[in-house]
Structure formats: structure tokens, C-alpha cells
Ligand binder design. Structure first.
Ligand SMILES: [Zn+2]
Ligand SMILES: [Zn+2]
Length: 107
């Protein structure tokens, strides 16, 4: 049996309530739930959190826009994805304003 894993990360399980892995193994009854290690940006609208183990699986099987190690502002409401700095930041902090001013926020 080699049918593909049915997990489709895009558009599912937006992790608003924490920074745990949103990977949903077909053999398990629930999502992974391990502490998140990576923040993945799928496209303009979708992002998710995943653990180290499932980051490897995702790299092998899916195309994503960008990723970075999970940080304090990741998944926070209103956080902005900063490609160059490889992190998320909530607008309003000093650093985020600097990024905006220099045109580095590409959302
Ligand atoms: Zn996981
Ligand atoms: Zn992030």
C-alpha cells in the first residue's frame, strides 16, 4: 500500500491557540501536538506550526513559501511574516516599524 498520505496542510488547523505541531497523521486519532519547532508559510493566507520530525516530512512532500524557527510572535494575532529576518513580529514593536519603513515587509 503506497497511497499518498492524505494530510493536506493548507487551509487546515490554523493554530490560533498555541504553537504545537498541526500535523495530522493518518494513523493517529488527533493531530501531532508536539511543541512546534518550525513556522511554515504556505501562501499569503495560510501558515502552520510543525515539529522537527514533521518538518522533515513536509520538506519531502510539499511546497511551501517560506519557513523559520518558531518564535515568540509566531501565531500571535496580527503578526507579520519577515522573510529576511526569518521570524514573525507583531507590528507596533520598534523593529517591525523599522522593517516597514525600509520596505522589507513583503506581505
Ligand atoms: Zn509533529
Ligand atoms: Zn513565524
Amino acid at each position: 500500500m503506497t497511497d499518498p498520505d492524505p494530510f493536506v496542510p493548507k487551509g487546515k488547523l490554523r493554530p490560533l491557540s498555541g504553537q504545537t505541531c498541526g500535523y495530522f497523521p493518518r494513523t493517529a486519532s488527533g493531530r501531532c501536538g508536539m511543541p512546534g519547532a518550525w513556522h511554515i508559510r504556505w501562501d499569503k493566507l495560510d501558515n502552520s506550526v510543525t515539529c522537527d520530525e514533521h518538518m522533515t516530512v513536509i520538506q519531502q512532500q510539499w511546497v511551501y513559501d517560506d519557513r523559520h524557527p518558531i518564535g515568540a510572535d509566531c501565531t500571535m494575532p496580527g503578526a507579520v511574516w519577515l522573510y529576511r529576518d526569518r521570524k514573525c513580529e507583531v507590528p507596533g514593536s520598534e523593529a517591525a516599524l523599522t522593517e516597514s519603513a525600509s520596505g522589507e515587509v513583503r506581505l
